[in-house]
Design a protein around this ligand. Sequence first.
Ligand code: 5RP
Length: 226
Amino acid sequence: MYSKEEQKKAAAWQAAMEVKDNMVLGLGTGSTVYYLIEKLSQRIRGGLNVHVTATSLETEALARRLDIPLISLADARTIHLAIDGVDSIDPDFYSIKGSGGALFREKIIAAKALRVIWIMDKSKLVHSLSGRVLPVEVPAFGVPYVEEQVKNAGFVPKLRVKDGNIFITDNGNPILDLTGGVDMDYPAAAARLKAMTGILETGLFEDICEKIIVGTENGTEEHFHN
Ligand code: 5RP
């Protein structure tokens, strides 16, 4: 029986095998991606030639420490593959990301990548996103205005705090974690939020990931987007 950490590692190691010579790889953020970075570093020491563009300063620092060749997004003409983690994903691949606060950079890199794969332990696979918090990134100046607007639209906003301080993303912005009703239509909500002045990006990802690799109690499973 694989533990949760073993499930993450199994999914990450399997995804590492999707990385081929001469690729530019978009590298996600989080505890599952951590195992991918370790494995990639091992493959690079064994002769694999790749360049990586990172979705967060944390991933960038880890890649640098493990001698993984980094390039900036500006220098990455093509991103052949992006591999990232996810917080919750439903059977139609509607997904929420951003509990680590990297949602904006993750979405940019996923949007640019030719292929996107997500890796996860089994707990991330859910029947429905219902009740899940939807994060949005908002520049600090806009927070009071956006809070008012989202409340008027029926959401309950909560300014994200970490270790007693307002959480600030790599882009220098706070995050508002939004709760809606149990029957919230996430794609409609995300579209409405995205249209609001002051909201930079939402944590809803749709139609962006082609395949997920899920660590289970017994090994791994792959699921494909319909
Ligand atoms: C960060 C993210 C992460 O990909 C997501 O939170 C999954 O992280 P973990 O693998 O640690 O569960 O979206 O913004």
